[in-house]
Design a protein around this ligand. Sequence first.
Ligand SMILES: [Zn+2]
Length: 558
Amino acid sequence: MVSENNLSMPSDADLRRLIHFSAGDGRIWLAGNRMVLLHLGGLASLRKELIQAIGIEQTRRVLKRAGYESGVRDAALARQVRPNGNPFEQFAVGPQLHMLEGAVQVTPELCEFDLEAGTHHGIFRWDHSWEVETHVRDFGPQNDPVCWMLIGYASGYTSTFFGRQFVYRETQCAACGHDHCRIEGRALEEWPDGEQLMEDYRADSLLVRMEDLQADLESLRVSLSPSDDLGELIGRSKSFEKAIELLRKAAATQVTVLLTGETGVGKERFARTLHAMSPRADKPFVAINCAALPHELIESELFGAEKGAFTGAGAARPGRFERADGGTLFLDELGELPPSAQAKLLRVLQTGEVERLGATAVRKVDVRVVAATNVDLEAAVEAGRFRRDLMYRLNVYPIPIPPLRDRIEDIEPLANHMLHAFMALHNKRVAGISDRALDAMRNYAWPGNVRELENLIERGLIITTTGQMVDVDDLFAVAPPPPPVTLSESGELQQAMPADLDTLYDELQKRGLSLEALEDALIQQAVDRAGGNLSAAARALGLTRPQLSYRLQRTRER
Ligand SMILES: [Zn+2]
């Protein structure tokens, strides 16, 4: 058991540096999480109206859970920020952020850790709780504690910090006539009434329960796909909805469908969904990638071969057309089909009959063909690589699948869905995807589309430490530059360097700054941020320590 005797909080300079005011685009960041600077009066009005609308019990639960969510997010930061701190210094990130966020003043009175058992016992004093201030103003003195969001925060923070369930409770509250509030936290099972305390954190409304069921259902769908209407297709953007509408209309008919779109947009998923929505759903879905097979094999794969039809054809075997009988055949990368196979495919489409290689008779098949291509078939026809008559035959009902950059609002639901699927696959849990990471994803061009997003999410999950948020650095090798304004240690907003080259250049012109002056300012900034540690400052600037010393010397001589 480590009982920290020195309970004075460490400097919060490292935490202040995590706050970035980016007023130019209307955002404030705490590391990767977007924050909002609210008027206490506005928050008080929300709290009051909630109490009047749904009662004090329900409001307490709602606010506790809201506080809990904030605590979870801040805890994901704690070990990242102070990797080398002692247990108390690391844990203090929560109380210190709580203060920086303007929630309450926190004074530690007892803070014990048993790191081996992963447990903790803490007692903190709270002053200036915003909830006491507003609640007493609106409703007068109370018999029960009112710091609901705050206590939710403490519980969510501690539980996420230790990776097991902790509950903090108010042993006294200033709203009940005490001088200040006091809170005490223990692991759930160490409280005799722990289960009762946890009740407030359980999603208890019918609506929330239904949402949980929905989530369970979704995960079942992932493992059973394709079985339902939209299967793995996720989206709400206009361009996505439009493609889905075309897909639904085609599903009910027997029409041959041509899916077009860039590499990685998920054409096979659309094809599977079309099949699942069609009357052929209980019959086979067979896929073949025309680009993945050598030319000499593709015909026997598609149409089958009789015994001895060609060298290596030891036994007679049916082709994909026959195996898809009654169902759907998906021809991916159709543009890569060699000319002789094109001629045979055309014949099958015209007659509904397949002839195996080396066979003397034909077989009747009933197959709905769905083809996909990422090349412009029209251009391939012009270039003589694709038969015009086959193109006409296949291009009856084209469905363009939009690239990911045209469906920006789908990125978040897609990313979350993928994250959950990969968490199940890799048996690893992270806290979610940070707002900043989502923002970066929305601003990225996605040349590899949904497939690229999938790769990035899987990599992000693997890199991210268990329990933390997947942040922008975990997804993209190069993080975008930090927003331009930060909170200084003296509590003032300070102008940092503008974020991109254009604005940087404009700023230089506007201020009449020389390159030398900019260099001096940058060097000074690096030295200040490193707390005067020249080696660290040099690393941050990509210089060696002697190079930095030389430049500093020159700066001072100017
Ligand atoms: Zn209180």
